[in-house]
Design a binder for this molecule. Structure first.
Ligand SMILES: [Fe+2]
Length: 302
């Protein structure tokens, strides 16, 4: 691929009927809310970017946009590249700064100059010493470290994968062909994926996933969500492709949010492969009905 490329996932935009539902849900998840006019931004503590930007007033929940990080100084090169692809750079439809355009299926895409999220990204160790009560030193109210990835539904699976490869410079790290494609961004040692595509009848948001330190942070986070009334969840488990520990919690609109930890980290030596595996190597009781119809249900309007 030639030309500029994105170096990571910056954020996601969701249209929802009522921002108060989002504030309650994402607050319990561990994100901090920031007013952006009529919109509300949500971020892991210490993160300046709106990892989620919620736009209220819609008839029902709908994916509005994806925001990717580009290198500062690449704006002009990207603008030229987009024009060359017949894509029109447009005025910002939300308070998020950066370049805006729409993909061929109507999803807004934002390109925001910024830093890579992958540097200094090793998880801190929670276990040290001997003759210590480890359970007493655990952080019982852990918060997400950062946004990791999002998966979206697409009605045009193969063309969409090609589009995100050619136009944005994402690269497919692994594929369960016909079911999901995982895509990575950036140089050096990076997460196995920051984005993914699932075939469906129409476009839509499937889940967003936030990185936490390890299994205890996943457990305490799910406990906090349960105490806040968000009890429908799927996990914990360890995925096959990408190897990450996971636990998903159903959001107020039928889609999901995920805590993840210990994902495969890849370099430019990683080879793309097609797999035919179950989604996880251990986890909840296997139920194809649940995974197929519920986990991957696209509840957004066309
Ligand atoms: Fe995920």
């Amino acid at each position: 691929m030639t030309g500029p490329k994105v170096i990571g996932l910056n954020g996601i935009g969701l249209e929802v009927p009522d921002a108060r539902d989002a504030e309650k849900f994402y607050g319990a998840f561990g994100l901090q809310a920031h007013r952006r006019g009529d919109a509300v931004g949500f971020a892991s503590p210490g993160r300046a970017n709106d990892e989620l930007l919620v736009l209220p007033g819609a008839a029902s929940k709908r994916l509005h946009h994806l925001s990717f990080i580009i290198r500062p100084g690449d704006e002009d090169a990207f603008e030229q590249k987009l024009k060359g692809q017949g894509l029109r750079v447009a005025a910002a439809p939300t308070p998020r700064a950066g370049l805006w355009f729409q993909d061929p299926w109507g999803t807004w895409i934002n390109l925001a100059p910024g830093e890579s999220v992958y540097e200094n990204d090793w998880p801190r160790s929670t276990r040290s010493g001997v003759d210590q009560h480890h359970w007493r030193s655990l952080d019982r109210d852990p918060r997400p470290l950062r946004l990791g990835h999002t998966l979206m539904f697409t009605p045009d699976y193969e063309r969409a994968e090609q589009f995100f490869t050619d136009v944005l410079g994402l690269r497919t790290s692994d594929r369960a062909k016909g079911k999901v494609s995982f895509m990575a961004a950036g140089d050096g040692i990076i997460d196995h994926h920051c984005f993914g595509l699932i075939p469906s009848t129409h476009r839509g948001f499937q889940h967003a996933s936030f990185k936490v330190t390890g299994i205890d942070d996943i457990g305490f986070g799910v406990w906090r969500m349960r105490n806040a009334g968000f009890k429908e969840s799927f996990g914990p488990g360890r995925h096959a492709l990408a190897s990450n520990l996971f636990h998903y919690i159903r959001d107020p609109w039928g889609s999901w949010i995920e805590y993840y930890a210990d994902m495969d980290r890849i370099s430019d030596k990683w080879e793309t492969r097609d797999w035919n595996e179950l989604p996880y190597v251990w986890g909840p009781e296997w139920a194809p009905e649940f995974w197929g119809k519920e986990m991957n249900g696209n509840f957004e309007p066309k």
